[in-house]
Design a binder for this molecule. Structure first.
Ligand code: UD1
Length: 420
């Protein structure tokens, strides 16, 4: 297992290009199963979750190769219908093959994902969506089994207790694109990754309207074809670099960003005191002076993303006052809190929020990563802390950030990857 060693206190300065969005690449790769054809998908982030999805597709008989940031896919020989436990347990998003396999083969068997460090993550809405299209779904021996020779369009409300679901919206959409008749998804997720998947499906020949709103209408088509498609930039990666620049009093220029998609993140950084400059697909982030305390509550898009909560908690640990950060989307998404406390942060967790009393400095310590965004938070804290921080279990960060240490080092960070 690898670990990161960081000597804190270096300002981040310079340019960095943002990679493609992991969370739209994953379903787009799964959606290639909907056609028997060839695809070229560009702007693929080279992160562990993408390699896991590649293995899932190979298990199903898809021929797939990754060269630099472009993936070449041939789905003509895909006949498998099962995503096994050993892959799904590494990455929940393997469930994205459920909808496409049902549509293609009328049959699927996908392991239930099981536990997750950020709390219970039910998949009842995915099942609800597929059942509404006429699929027969049951859970047997730890697997979701689905049958449905002819899926049929339907009206489906996909809202859960915590609001819309990105995954269930996308899975249901993928199952519906070749169903008979019209499907109306109400309570749909509006996240940019949902829109990206829709744009990809349209390029393949799907007939979809309403993406980016709470109502998506899908008119079933007989057949989809292969295409060439470029994935949108990763808004969470952009946000993570922006927070890293702010906490180090840095001055960076983010290239290849979708500025429209990171409005809620940038407006919080402005409130904190950062100077933000926007240009077409670039963002400048500069920080001089004190970190101001602010309150944050996560919400579905276009609200503040839950995937940025942990990184902002690190940043606000060094503010000159008291902040409250609330996240009710995932119950246990506070695993970074005790680790940040070990670095000298003054944090008090209540059920779904953290009270942050800013301290003048953090001190480097040995800490442990617990999930993807919690690891990013520890990395950010380590960049600003006095002395040396060692982060173990960094395979979590490798799930979603490509060569993060090399790119931070180019900006001036003192960070090394070592074997534990
Ligand atoms: C996706 C992102 C994840 C992000 C999350 C919310 C991917 C691979 N992951 O996860 O990084 O944090 O969106 O923006 O894209 N829920 C149910 N039943 C379901 C499904 C979800 O109750 O069947 C609940 C969840 O527990 C959560 C809420 O709905 O409280 C939102 O989850 P969802 O949008 O589905 O998250 P994911 O798609 O898993």
């Amino acid at each position: 297992m690898d670990k990161f060693v960081i000597e804190g206190g270096k300002r981040l300065v310079g340019d960095v290009s943002v990679k493609g969005a992991k969370n739209s690449t994953l379903p787009i790769l799964a959606a290639t199963l909907l056609a028997e054809d060839e695809f070229i998908i560009e702007n693929i982030p080279r992160v562990r979750d993408i390699f896991t999805m590649k293995r899932v597709l190979e298990t199903l008989g898809v021929s797939i190769s990754l060269e630099d940031d472009t993936i070449y896919i041939d789905t003509r020989g895909a006949v498998g219908f099962e995503a096994p436990y050993n892959l799904v347990k590494q990455m929940r998003a393997s469930y994205y093959v459920l909808g496409p396999l049902l549509s293609r083969l009328g049959r699927t068997r996908v392991s239930l994902p099981g536990g997750c460090a950020i709390g219970p993550r039910p998949i009842d809405l995915h099942i609800k969506g597929l059942k509404a299209l006429g699929a027969d779904i049951s859970v047997v021996h730890g697997y979701i089994e689905g049958y449905g020779e002819r899926l049929k369009g339907s009206k489906i409300l996909l809202l859960g207790p915590n609001g819309p679901s990105v995954g269930a919206t996308i899975n249901t959409m993928m199952a519906a694109v070749k169903a008979d008749g019209v499907t109306m998804i109400e309570g749909a997720a509006m996240e940019p990754e949902v829109v990206d998947v829709v744009n990809f499906l349209k390029r393949c020949g799907a007939d979809i309207q309403g993406e980016g709103t709470r109502k998506i209408e899908i008119r079933g088509v007989k057949k989809l074809s292969g295409c060439k498609y470029r994935v949108i930039p990763d808004r969470i990666e952009a946000g993570t670099f922006a927070v890293a620049a702010t906490i180090t009093g840095g001055d960076i220029y983010l290239r290849d960003v979708s500025c429209n998609y990171i409005g809620s993140i940038l407006s919080k950084l402005k409130e904190i005191g950062a100077t933000i400059s926007l240009e077409e697909d670039c963002v400048g982030v500069r920080m001089d002076g004190d970190i101001m305390p602010i309150d944050i509550e996560t919400a579905p898009y276009p609200g503040f993303p839950t995937d940025m909560q942990a990184q902002f908690t690190s940043l606000l640990s060094l503010s000159n006052g008291v902040s409250v950060v609330k996240d009710s989307i995932f119950e246990e998404r506070f695993m970074h809190v005790p680790e940040l406390v070990r670095m000298g942060a003054n944090l008090k967790r209540e059920v779904d929020y953290v009270i942050i009393k800013g301290v003048p400095c953090l001190s480097g310590a040995q800490v442990m990563a617990s999930d993807l965004r919690a690891s990013a938070a520890l990395l950010i804290a380590g960049l600003a802390a006095e002395g040396t921080t060692e982060i173990s279990r960094i395979y979590h960060i490798d799930r979603g950030y490509e060569s993060i240490e090399t790119r931070l080092a180019t900006l001036g960070a003192a960070i090394w990857r070592l074997k534990e």
